[in-house]
Design a binder for this molecule. Sequence first.
Ligand code: SAM
Ligand code: SF4
Length: 344
Amino acid sequence: MPGDIRLDGTPQTASHAPLVDRFGREIRYLRLSVTDRCDLRCVYCMAERPDFLPKSRLLTLEELSAIGAHFIARGVNKIRITGGEPLVRRDVIHLIEALGKHIGYGLDELTLTTNATQLAGQAGRLARAGVKRINVSLDTLNPDAYARLTRGGQLATCLAGIEAARKAGIAIKINAVALKGENEDGLPDLIAWAHAQGFDATLIEVMPLGEVAQDRADQFLPLSAVRDRLSEQWTLTDLPDRTGGPSRYVRVAETGGRLGFITPLTSNFCAGCNRVRLTCTGELYTCLGHEGAIDLKTAYRERGTAGLEACLDRAMATKPERHDFDVSRGAAPAVSRNMARTGG
Ligand code: SAM
Ligand code: SF4
């Protein structure tokens, strides 16, 4: 551990200049991946038998905490813990508790994206650590379709996790990837269920990240078509709400709930991008859709705060203007790594 960062994660010599890229975008949001491993194998996310990284390559929880603190000192006010499945990393709660101590001291929000399989046992501690909102990935309410899409997951486990989080007082947003011919017919039920529970729901277009078993063209369902279909049964009213991310929201009059659309393919949102991603092995990605990462782990281990500062300067100088996803038949993935490797 370099000498100029304390184990409690407090950087001693960070510059406090905000992170602004060459297109004037201010970076306030860090997605921090703690593992590439997962207990599910969603068909759009990873291969059936993925090659997970050796654990020896991971940043330690202390390093993740210290690096997170450094980002906060540079103006990041929102951190989302992700993976892989973040809750399968042993003792990850210690990291979440350490980062939670920054809430109100530079950090406005600490959140988590999870498949909810481990939530039943962890929701209470997450809430006590300061996690007030989480995103839960749930693509269908049909148990057979859930088992098929996750390659073996049990819907009941996910629902029990969601219930535990709700009881712990954590606000929940349900995220569903829209998949052609798979979950499209069940999306209205999923949205209506989420809204009846008082949850927001967001639909996401599948992105061509990494090789999966299917051609992406066979998975891709444009959300413009989904919205048209939903409009046949519901009244959707555009909302001005922005939650710091790429979602565009509507109010569904019949359910009273809020529905988000994340459309990386049909409507590019990169102009407002405010985020960077750090993988569990310490690679800093400034765009989900580009190869080329900055080796923050080596810089940090060799040079401490000075190494981190150099990485952040480089990140701001090289963050691409936009992604160029292509899901036409036969197109190569935009990047070779899947979402679980980068940190979703
Ligand atoms: N395991 C956690 C989960 O599923 O919520 C966190 C990591 S997962 C990679 C984060 C999000 O990425 C999930 O909502 C998942 O549905 C989404 N995702 C994974 N692969 C994707 C892809 N190719 N296109 C769009 N979304 C994807
Ligand atoms: Fe696991 Fe999340 Fe990827 Fe599904 S989307 S395989 S739950 S990392």
